[in-house]
Design a protein around this ligand. Structure first.
Ligand code: HPA
Length: 274
């Protein structure tokens, strides 16, 4: 995945749109419906974009939706790429680099997660305050282009603090119950064991999922300002003594959709300039 690959993907997309997106949205499992509200939309299938991988999981569509949302010019990923699908970390994060090349400055990353914090409930939304990379690898391993970002990027504020305050404020104004916490990124595809969940709670995790961390690392490396929103679709393993299933994850995400959509739209409408 070189600069030439990014450029050819960017050119392909730019030839099909008349907007210049400044905000990127990565829509997680069961949350892709937000893209339906994008106005004057252009839809581009991942499989048509040069060098884009293709999504394989049910519940994930595989397309970019570009247009206007709440007065902002946006590019949304309806469906994302996961490390557990067999893609390399470079493939998983390629679309983030393409978004940056298109002009994106701020990135909303959303996901479905298991609640590790026992104060949480399925259907809750959580603003990501920080993350723990438990994937065992890192998308920045390999040669570094200093023009893109530093060799040893600072990760003390992956999720922009002004944005966190803004989303908290919007949730308050809109009467949307909201949690704020630490997202743990695992590789998947297995859900965790109860013992692993105990460990994740012990090390400071509030929610656990199988995405987001690689995207956030790359986005921060290239200078994007990040908002992270998780939908707690289930309590993590061992908490409720019931098995976890992808079907339940999708169902609960669908139930949380109304609040999710309202929160993101209102946040976009009044997003502070940084
Ligand atoms: N664990 C990991 N990933 C998830 C979960 C979970 O419990 N729920 C949704 N994505």
């Amino acid at each position: 995945m070189t600069k030439a690959h990014i450029d050819s993907a960017r050119t392909y997309i730019e030839e099909r749109i008349s907007i210049k997106p400044t905000i990127g949205l990565v829509l997680g499992s069961g949350l892709g419906v937000l893209a339906d509200d994008i106005e004057h939309q252009t839809v581009i299938s991942y499989e048509d974009i040069p060098h884009f991988p293709v999504s394989t999981v049910s519940g994930h569509e595989g397309q970019l939706v570009l247009g206007e949302l709440e007065g902002q010019q946006v590019v949304a990923m309806q469906g994302r790429f996961h490390f557990y699908e067999g893609y390399s970390m470079q493939e998983v994060t390629f679309p983030i680099k393409v978004m940056k090349a298109l002009g994106v400055e701020s990135l909303f990353i959303t996901n479905a997660t298991g609640g590790v914090n026992t104060d949480f409930n399925p259907g809750d939304l959580m603003i990501i305050r920080d993350h723990i990379n438990q994937t065992g690898t890192n998308p920045l391993i390999g040669p570094n282009d200093e023009e893109v970002g530093p060799r040893f990027p600072d990760m003390s504020e992956v999720y922009n603090r002004s944005y966190i305050k803004h989303v908290q404020q919007i949730a308050h104004e809109q009467n949307i119950p909201i949690q704020t916490g630490v997202y743990v990124g695992n590789s998947g595809p297995t859900y965790e064991t109860p013992a692993e969940i105990k460990m994740l709670r012990f090390i400071g995790g509030d929610a656990v999922g199988m995405s987001t961390v690689p995207e956030a690392i790359v986005a921060r490396h290239i200078g994007l300002e990040i908002v992270g929103i998780s939908c707690i679709t289930n309590m993590a393993a061992g908490i409720l003594d019931e098995p976890l299933s992808h079907t339940d994850v999708i169902k609960t995400a669908a139930k949380a959709q109304t609040h999710f959509i309202q929160l993101i739209k209102q946040t976009l409408k009044t997003l502070p300039r940084l």
